[in-house]
Write a protein of this length. Structure first.
Length: 153
């Protein structure tokens, strides 16, 4: 399990660590046990790297499909499409973002690249206040706000 890229505490007492692999919908339950090699690897990078415990009831599943459906039916997306037809930089970034979201819908989630493409797209095609509210709500409702941030531009 050397490919675990992030950790979260699995309980309030910190007796379980949950390991995640970037781009894979799987989690690894790692008991806090000095004889467990995955736990040793976690300790070696520093236990402060683990995110705080979040009760399962509070975790909104990340749903890239509902995010995509909401995005392509939004006025903001229409602005992106119009800008992409007139601007090569917007076209390139929009195409990259669409491809990354398509990959994410199919299980390959490269979160840093998705965040970077989203940031760049929002910079090139700034949302107005109504777009910002819509995008914030869409991110919350699809669970993407638990993974990504929407920078205010």
């Amino acid at each position: 399990m050397t490919s675990i890229t992030s950790y979260r505490w699995g309980d309030l007492e910190k007796t379980i660590v949950i390991g995640f692999i970037e781009g894979v919908d799987a989690k690894y339950i790692i008991p806090v046990d000095e004889d467990n090699k995955e736990y040793k690897a976690f300790v070696a990078i520093g236990t402060e790297t683990a995110a705080e415990y979040v009760p399962e009831d509070d975790v909104i599943p990340v749903d890239y499909v509902s995010f995509w459906v909401g995005l392509i039916s939004s006025p903001y997306y229409m602005k992106v499409r119009a800008s992409a037809s007139n601007s090569l930089p917007v076209n390139v970034v929009a195409t990259e973002f669409i491809a990354l979201i398509g990959d994410a819908k199919n299980g390959l989630r490269i979160q840093p690249l998705i965040q970077a493409a989203f940031n760049e797209l929002l910079e090139l095609v700034p949302p107005d206040s109504e777009d910002q509210v819509y995008l914030d709500n869409l991110m919350d409702n699809s669970g993407l706000s638990s993974v990504y941030t929407l920078p205010l531009v």
